[in-house]
Design a protein around this ligand. Structure first.
Ligand code: PYC
Length: 321
């Protein structure tokens, strides 16, 4: 029951927040537009026409740049648990690994799904989640692939940077040589370097398949943490960094490791984020689809409530684009 005594009409957007290895997910439960039916891709096209929901839920003063939003929609296949569309401070994501883990844990906390396997539809394909405990989730992600190996770009202020271009549900440029140590004290420097690499890719016309924009930049380094294979830093499209090891980024990494013969199917790759959160990754090979990654991580719910939009509020749709 609300404590507020507001005098004017007030729209409410119900949400539950969670974090996955520190990276926030805001799941919108109600108050968004009717997205109709059809494929999740078609529903995403309709949601783009109601961009106020993304801006309101993610931008300040109701959100902040690191939040990834998720809105549930009708699945095309009624046997699937739900459709889900992810968005951030700059636009819409194909898939989101940490977000899928967060959504699964939240739906379980709401009593909407039980432990075990469930299928979610995303704009870039169906993923399967296995809720192992109320917090621990394994996702069978979309097929992932490396499309370019050893791409070298001239980066302003840095020099030549070499990396691979791979798909893990979003497009990534993955560089094994980080510009500095991947530690929290260097986050400012890593953000700046990531933006410069992204600009160099645009300048040199380097894209993913079908001219897909490479909007995530991922640096890697060896980790000193026992049992961890590598530490990463991931620059996300809107200029925030992923607090988690990035589910789609870890999937892209698995595709590169598989292509290089450095990780066998079924072997585990332990990926640590700049903040020390961990995902476990492994893959199987499908004859038709190639590298099929499974990413395992943990999420926890952190808040529930209503975002409020008053018509007279000049920032009813948030600050920013
Ligand atoms: O976990 O896939 C992910 C992700 C993408 C952007 C932020 N997190």
């Amino acid at each position: 029951m609300s404590q507020l005594r507001v005098h004017t009409a007030c729209e409410r957007i119900a949400f539950v927040d969670s974090h996955t290895a520190g990276e926030p997910t805001r799941l919108i439960l109600s108050g968004g537009p009717d997205l109709g039916g059809g494929s999740v891709g078609e529903q995403l096209d309709r949601l783009r026409g109601h961009d106020w929901l993304r801006r309101c839920a993610i931008h300040e003063p109701r959100g902040h740049e690191a939040i990834v939003g998720a809105v549930l929609c009708e699945p095309l296949d009624p046997e699937d648990a739900c459709g889900v569309i992810f968005f951030n401070n700059t636009g819409y994501l194909g898939m989101c690994g940490h977000g899928t883990i967060g959504v699964a844990v939240t739906l379980h906390a709401l009593g909407r799904i039980g432990l075990g396997r469930h299928r979610f539809e995303t704009p870039v394909g169906r993923v399967e989640v296995d809720l192992l405990t109320p917090h621990r989730v394994a996702i069978d992600n979309v097929a992932s692939e490396r499309v370019k190996r050893g791409v070298s770009v001239e980066v302003e202020g840095i020099g030549r940077v070499t990396g691979d271009v791979a798909w893990g549900g979003n497009w990534f440029f993955l560089a094994d040589q980080a510009p500095c140590a991947i530690v929290p004290a260097n986050i400012g420097h890593l953000l700046d370097a990531g933006e410069r690499v992204r600009a160099a890719l645009v300048r040199e016309g380097i894209t993913g398949r079908d001219a897909g924009e490479i909007d995530h930049i991922e640096f890697f380094q060896k980790s000193d943490t026992p049992g961890v294979d590598a530490r990463n830093f991931v620059l996300c499209p809107g200029g925030a960094f992923d607090r988690s090891p990035c589910g789609t980024g870890t999937s892209a990494k698995l595709a590169c490791l598989a292509a290089d013969g450095k990780l066998a199917p079924g072997e585990t790759w332990v990926q640590e984020s700049v903040l020390g959160g961990v995902f476990e990754g492994r893959y199987r090979i499908s004859d038709e689809r190639g590298v099929m990654p499974t990413i395992t991580g943990e999420a926890f719910v952190t808040a529930e409530g209503d975002l409020l939009r008053q018509p007279e509020d000049p920032f009813a749709e948030g600050m920013g684009r």
